[in-house]
Design a protein around this ligand. Structure first.
Ligand SMILES: [Zn+2]
Length: 670
């Protein structure tokens, strides 16, 4: 296949005059000592970017970087999910190599060199600023970064839904870049050292709720509004850096972790399939004066980012990576196409559907499922004509390449429940198989293409709930379970809606029944432990959660849930130790600081409570319940003025917070 790069004339770059771009690629180390700014815009479809042909003008910032820099016309992610995709970027290894296959239940355990650690060893200071809990430090991508800023902001104490806006991510990032590098808790590096900064903007991820004026301007297409907001905010950030000289001798790399399906192939968002809508991402390298404007047709992969950045920066690339440097590909001088592996295993891990893996080489893309698919993505970018039956020989070749890419990989499973823990759970009546079922044979009935309507039904249930139609939402989830009893995630969602409706006993019954019928995984058992606690069955809650925590010290969500059960049981010492263990791995978890502060309030340790709750509101100023608790601490310490200030703040954030209202009324009555 011809892979010639298209090299544009420089049209408005004063530094370069009107010369045509050079035809030689940048030399190794062409950006030696340069700062590196890595921008990942979550859930950004390549074809929503102007530089990739979108006519709506959503992305003037990216379009400018592209016009002045090096753009890869074809770039692909390897997993359409946030944590595993960022793990491929940071490790230059496929999920089979770095061990991270899904959000939440997997974490990177430091099996190999990361981009941050390698740059740090080379003398860089490295800081990360992320926009969603899914990239919390507890999931392991924090290695090599200091700071790793994962402070989420919002009124909810539900960990999974917390995020922050592009502005909230970029403000501290700019401060850090423009500072001399002094940070709390770190010895001050020399002010002259180069920096590596990773910023992660979560906004285009659902829910699509852009701020004004984007909300009104894109009322009919709020996803586009989020893209426009993220791009504009990035533009303001880059302007601030540029004005302060922060972009001089700096390599900027912009990409995304995956796209968004927006209804294609029956998929509303991302994570289920691996069609081009969610695999294709933008990829732009920009370095003023050092990289010539160009567009490369060489297929690029997210695993290639780390080797490319290191190569340009003149830092030796560690061995054993799946990625390779794209430096020479800047002018189409690439060696042969190594192919790009991809997978989407969430539905296999949480629903028992067939595992989805595949590979794309050149224009041919194989999706290995019980109903296999082969596409020519050059002539059929929408992947509507399955060529698998017609091109068996080509398919066979790709199947062999896919086998090679996954050879030696252990089957994907989150931290499993070991025999000892399983035995303890069995004594409670709960049957947990090993989470991985390597010997299971999947048939066409397990193919996600045949089951995508259940995915839509899960979305429908969530939408019904959001519109206040709780009974219909609950009925929809029950129907899903009736059709596909091994869809563990549906029990979890059903129990969550029942709990939120005050039907805690029914929630326990749903989870308990699932666990007795072999439909238990770590997530479901953790939910069962929480539901038992809410139902007042504290001893059983602890019995379910303790094996999970003792079996896997890294399961911080189980630990946090167990600590709350200990609190309610009056086992304050155990609760405190467990909360502190969570905070050691995830120091910016405002919800956990809040829980610890509440424990101290309950046990009369008021100064400790004030300390912990102050930390909670420093990290997340919108956490209403922490403001309320802090008010109680101040009142006990005799500072009624500060107490009422905290209670008023709590009420302003959450007018439904009865405790705060009652506290205010009490002092008003005095
Ligand atoms: Zn994502």
């Amino acid at each position: 296949m011809k892979r010639a790069a298209i090299v544009f004339l420089v049209w408005s770059c004063a530094a370069c005059g009107s010369r045509a771009a050079r035809s030689a690629p940048p030399a190794p180390g062409a950006l030696r000592g340069a700062n590196v700014l890595l921008v990942t815009i979550d859930t950004l479809r390549a074809d929503r970017v102007g530089a990739y042909g979108n006519p709506l003008g959503l992305t003037p910032t990216l379009d400018r970087l592209s016009a002045e820099g090096l753009r890869f016309d074809i770039a692909r992610a390897h997993v359409p999910l946030t944590l595993p995709s960022h793990a491929t970027i940071m490790t230059a290894r496929y999920p089979v190599g770095n061990g991270v296959h899904d959000n939440g239940s997997f974490r990177y355990t430091g099996a190999g060199p990361t981009l941050a650690a390698t740059l740090r060893t080379a003398g860089y200071r490295a800081g990360a600023f992320v926009g969603a809990f899914v990239l919390d430090a507890r999931f392991g991508l924090n290695g090599g970064f200091d700071p790793y800023d994962d402070r989420m902001i919002g009124t909810s104490s539900e960990l999974d839904v917390v995020q922050r806006t592009a502005e909230q991510v970029l403000a501290p990032a700019a401060d850090w870049i423009l500072s001399a590098g002094s940070g709390p808790g770190s010895p001050q590096p020399p002010a002259s050292s180069a920096w590596f900064c990773w910023v992660h903007l979560y906004d285009p991820h659902e829910p699509y709720a852009p701020p004004e004026p984007y909300r009104s301007r894109y009322a009919a297409d709020p996803y586009a509004g989020e893209v426009a907001y993220a791009d504009a905010t990035l533009g303001t950030f880059l302007d601030r850096l540029r004005a302060a000289g922060g972009l001089d001798h700096t390599l900027v790399v912009v990409t995304s972790d995956h796209g968004e399906s927006l209804g294609e192939h029956g998929e509303r968002t991302h994570g289920l399939f691996a069609y081009e809508a969610t695999l294709r991402v933008p990829l732009i390298f920009w370095a003023k004066g050092a990289l010539q404007p160009a567009v490369s047709g060489t297929p690029a992969r997210l695993v290639d980012l780390m080797p490319t950045i290191l190569d340009l920066a003149g830092i030796p690339v560690p061995g054993g990576l799946d990625g390779r440097s794209l430096r020479a590909a800047a002018v189409g001088d690439a060696a042969d196409d190594p192919g790009s592996y991809f997978e989407a295993l969430n539905a296999n891990l949480t629903r028992g559907w067939a595992p989805l893996k595949g590979i794309v080489v050149g224009r041919r893309k194989l999706i290995d499922l019980p109903l296999p698919e082969l596409y020519d993505v050059a002539t059929d970018p929408g992947e509507t004509r399955n060529l698998y039956a017609a091109e068996r020989e080509r398919a066979r070749d790709l199947e062999m390449r896919l086998d090679r890419a996954t050879r030696g990989a252990v089957s994907a499973s989150p931290s499993t429940i070991d025999a000892d823990a399983a035995a303890r759970l069995r004594s409670l009546g709960y049957i947990v198989g090993s989470a991985a079922k390597p010997n299971r044979v999947y048939t066409a009935a397990d193919d996600p293409k045949r089951l995508v309507h259940l995915n839509a039904a899960l979305d429908d249930a969530a939408a019904l709930w959001d519109r206040g139609r709780g009974d219909e939402a609950i009925a929809t989830l029950k129907q899903i379970i009736a059709e596909r009893p091994d869809m563990i995630v549906a029990y979890d969602r059903l129990a969550s809606l029942l709990s939120s409706s005050g039907r805690v006993g029914e929630a326990v019954a749903v989870l308990d029944g699932a666990a007795r019928n072999r439909h238990a995984d770590r997530d479901l058992l953790r939910s069962l432990g929480a539901a038992l606690r809410d139902a007042g069955d504290l001893a059983r809650s602890a019995s379910v959660l303790e094996p999970l925590v003792q079996n896997d010290a890294g399961d911080l969500r189980a630990a946090d849930t167990l600590a709350q059960t200990y609190s309610r049981m009056g086992r304050t010492r155990d609760a405190e130790v467990t909360f502190k263990r969570v905070l050691a791995a995830s120091p910016n978890s405002a919800a956990t600081w809040n829980n610890l502060g509440t424990l101290y309030l309950m046990t009369g340790r008021t100064p400790d409570a004030r300390e912990a709750l102050s930390r909670a509101v420093q990290i997340n100023p919108e956490l209403a319940s922490a403001h309320n608790g802090l008010g109680v601490a101040w009142a006990r310490l005799g500072d009624v003025e500060r107490a009422s200030e905290e209670w008023r703040r709590a009420l302003a954030l959450r007018p439904d917070l009865k405790d705060a209202r009652a506290n205010l009324e009490r002092i008003g009555a005095r």
